[in-house]
Unconditional design. Structure first.
Length: 291
């Protein structure tokens, strides 16, 4: 097996070539952040992907003043436990119930969990309510799924053959304060539509105020927030990954370094990378790695 790999400034891409694989020299990937091999050494190489079925992304549109939202979060975590390593949850705080209170009011809810990315994803929805979700964005970007359907929809998708198989390695580089991301995509069959890549950062283990109907008191002061969407390093809508059809056995690798936001606790964060169909918006596959 021969390997060709170049780490280029990122509109470029590092491609690994196995004897059975086609090589894509420069898919359009508009990251500006070159992998700092000078600080962290050569990027890792990946072998053939071992997981060939589809991983599932659950986008949980939530809010801290939504009293039914914690129950949806419990459902999502139960699905993760059912399919360890196969299901990724992204808690997207958005909508009118994500509003904050003034610092001098009696109770909490002063933290603004929203961001540009969460608001952009919320605006894609045809039906905007908390809690609501998307499961691999099936049916298109506007299509939503009630939390009571998440289990069934995940069961349906998780054993399907994936159009693209993914591998991911991430680490925090203390020398320059970078998040280093190494991502490998392998297309076992030809794929006709253009695709996009999106990289999100989520954080767990944060305690703050949350309304939770049925609890006593309902305003929970030390609620643990999990999988909170902190932002993206690609923009919330993703960047071009492949701009034309790819042949069977095509493999693409990208490597880049991101200057880390010190407001995010590294030890509680994960990187989520997804490849989507640029025509339908549906998720072809997703992968998550903890820092």
């Amino acid at each position: 097996m021969s390997t060709m790999k170049n780490i280029l400034s990122l509109i470029a891409i590092a491609a690994i070539l196995f004897t059975s694989c086609d090589k894509i020299d420069q898919p359009i990937l508009d990251f500006n952040i070159q992998y700092r091999a000078d600080l962290y050494g050569p990027a890792p190489t990946f072998g053939p992907a071992t997981t060939t079925t589809t991983n599932v992304l659950i986008e949980d549109f939530t809010a801290h003043q939504c009293g039914f939202c914690p129950d949806a979060g419990v459902t999502a975590d139960e699905i993760i436990e059912t399919y360890p390593g196969r299901v990724t949850v992204m808690a997207i705080h958005a909508g009118p119930l994500a509003i904050t209170k003034e610092e001098d009011e009696d109770e909490g809810f002063t933290t603004d969990w929203t961001n540009i990315d969460s608001k952009t994803l919320w605006d894609q929805l045809d039906f905007q309510v908390n809690p609501i979700g998307r499961i691999n964005r099936t049916g298109g970007l506007g299509q939503t799924a009630n939390p009571n359907t998440w289990v069934a929809k995940t069961n349906e998708l998780v054993n399907q053959i994936a159009p693209v198989n993914l591998q991911l390695a991430v680490n925090y580089g203390t020398l320059g304060g970078h998040l280093n991301v190494h991502f490998n995509a392998q297309f076992p069959e030809s794929y006709e539509n253009p695709t996009k890549i999106t990289v999100y950062i989520v954080e767990s283990g944060i305690e703050d105020w949350q309304l939770w109907y049925g609890e006593d008191p309902e305003n929970v002061e030390d609620y643990e927030f999990k999988h909170v969407l902190r932002g993206s390093i690609s923009g919330p809508l993703g960047l071009n990954f492949t701009t034309e059809s790819v042949a069977a056995n095509t493999e693409i690798q990208t490597d880049y370094s991101l200057v880390w936001n010190p407001d995010w606790a590294v030890e509680n964060c994960s990187a989520i990378v997804l490849i989507t169909d640029d025509v339908s918006g549906e998720v072809l596959n997703v992968i998550e790695a903890h820092l």
